[in-house]
Design a protein around this ligand. Structure first.
Ligand code: FMN
Length: 222
């Protein structure tokens, strides 16, 4: 969610620690490269959860889809680009590589893996969440994040609903609701983060997901 201070970047370089900066616009990608990032993660607006937008206030106005963001970032910087946002199968990985990415980053596509340990009600809800069934809102934490458009999200973003408090106050205000929803298994009031490819997430081990997606991608690229 921004750039590290120059002194911190110098310490990373001195210790040979690679820094992959997450960017959501071309301007952020250029700034990250100029600051010394070793690679950029181009994060499209399809992505689940919070995004790494440098200016949190512009998270809703700077909404760039990965198909437009990726080639533009690949043209703008000379460091490797990792594609993120909406990728959850071999088609997405193959498309990302063709659009200029050196690798793909997947978040939502791993949420149903046993390793993710999310609530079963959240995992089930992902299976029937179409791309338009997710929404970016500030209702959970005060920062923009993409989640399933649950009853709570719809009510809290409806015209006339009170505006969310600034980050992280809103997180505190919703904590009791989120925890209680977890206890009773009520996904409609959970913090059910999800990207637009939610329905493509499969209940497989993380290892199997990686192998399956890479085999699919290789077949598309052969
Ligand atoms: C549950 C969850 C929480 C996330 N939290 C953050 C976050 O705090 N900051 C961030 O830059 N990205 C966050 N992400 C986005 C991931 O880093 C990744 O870029 C994204 O999941 C890729 O898009 P996808 O979800 O469509 O696969 C989160 C993703 C998920 C699924």
């Amino acid at each position: 969610m921004g750039l590290y201070p120059p002194e911190f970047i110098s310490m990373l370089k001195a210790r040979k620690i690679a820094w992959f900066a997450t960017v959501s616009t071309v301007a952020e990608a250029r700034a990250a490269e100029a600051a010394g990032a070793d690679a950029v993660v181009a994060q499209g607006m399809e992505a689940g959860g919070h995004r790494g937008c440098f200016d949190a206030a512009r998270a809703e106005s700077d909404m760039v889809g990965l198909f437009a963001l990726l080639p533009a970032v690949a043209d703008a910087v000379h460091i490797p680009v990792i594609a993120a946002g909406g990728i959850a199968d071999g088609r997405g990985v193959a498309a990302a590589l063709l659009l200029g990415a050196s690798a793909a980053q997947i978040g939502t596509g791993f949420l149903r893996c046993p390793e993710a340990k999310i609530h079963p009600a959240w995992a089930d809800a992902l299976t029937h969440t179409p791309p338009e069934g997710t929404v970016v809102s500030r209702v959970f934490s005060g920062r923009a994040g993409r989640s399933i458009a649950t009853d709570f999200v719809r009510a809290a973003t409806a015209p006339g609903a009170p505006p969310p408090a600034p980050y992280p106050v809103q997180r505190g205000l919703t904590s009791v609701l989120r925890e209680y929803a977890g206890k009773i298994g009520d996904v409609q009031h959970m913090q059910a983060w999800a990207g637009q490819s939610a329905a493509m997430a499969r209940a497989e081990s993380a290892k199997d997901v990686v192998h399956r997606i890479w085999e699919e991608a290789k077949a598309f690229l052969a």
